[in-house]
Design a protein around this ligand. Structure first.
Ligand code: IPE
Ligand code: IPE
Ligand code: MG
Length: 233
């Protein structure tokens, strides 16, 4: 059976979920946030150590001010109130992404939930917020250049292991990447971490995604044969 340490989810389809019901896109995001909470509680009971979720991409700033403001307010509500139950379940919340140009009240709520859950060890929830895979690689490269310039390391010491440690968060590679809503693309998600991930695409819109479907995807994953370029007998 394949090992499963790190699951990642591109939570897509909130807008279409709302549109299908004649609702404002924002209500799709609200419903999606409830799905995420349920899913985290479910995964916290499993033998999975890391869950990374794509909450807001650097490209999502192209959306209307109304939608961006709604999402930012929703994040604050989640980190200040809704996620308190995750704290009790032993979930440790961390973030990946750039701070600029996030609002100060959003940054404060992120710092709050991180601080509240920092001693937890059950499941690490890595929330990618204002995150871009290219930005992460560029920011990491700059950090490493700075270390060389400061004589903390030599150029010869730069290798894949060091690069991985210097990314936004020091995480193991993604074993299983799930994208909802029937889109077959990566949309600038965790490019470095998914070099050998198993992919699973489902047509389900994220607000309709259930714990049961998640378990079915795990069953599918455990039947796969990961070869990493080698040959298995
Ligand atoms: C994903 O749902 C959530 C975010 C990108 C913040 P979308 O808002 O992209 O939903 P669709 O793709 O328009 O249905
Ligand atoms: C990716 O979804 C970002 C998040 C889920 C937060 P998008 O809906 O923004 O991606 P595209 O635009 O369809 O590629
Ligand atoms: Mg989308």
């Amino acid at each position: 059976m394949e090992e499963l340490k790190h699951v990642a989810i591109i939570m897509d389809g909130n807008g279409r979920w709302a549109k299908l019901r004649g609702l404002n896109r924002s209500l799709g995001h609200k419903e999606g946030s409830k799905t995420l909470k349920k899913l985290c509680l479910h995964i916290a009971d499993k033998n999975i150590s890391y869950l990374s979720v794509f909450a807001f991409s650097t490209e999502n700033f192209k959306r209307s001010k109304e939608e961006i403001d709604y999402l930012m307010d929703l994040f604050i509500e989640m980190f200040r109130k809704e996620f308190q139950i995750l704290k009790e379940k032993g979930v440790k919340v961390i973030f990946s992404g750039r701070k600029e140009p996030l609002r100060q009240d959003v940054l404060d709520s992120m710092a709050y939930i991180q601080e509240q859950t920092k001693e937890n060890h059950n499941l690490v929830l890595n929330i990618c917020l204002n995150y871009g895979g290219h930005s992460e690689i560029i920011d990491t490269t700059k950090k490493i250049c700075q270390m060389v310039e400061n004589h903390e390391i030599t150029e010869e010491e730069i290798n894949e292991e060091l690069f991985e440690k210097m990314l936004y968060q020091d995480l193991p590679p993604i074993d299983l990447l799930i994208r909802t809503s029937g889109e077959y693309r990566i949309s600038n998600f965790m490019l470095w971490q998914m070099s050998y991930s198993e992919f699973y695409f489902t047509n389900t819109l994220f607000p309709d995604f259930t714990e049961k479907e998640f378990d079915q995807i795990l069953d599918n994953y455990y039947q796969r044969d990961r070869k990493y370029g080698g040959v298995k007998s």
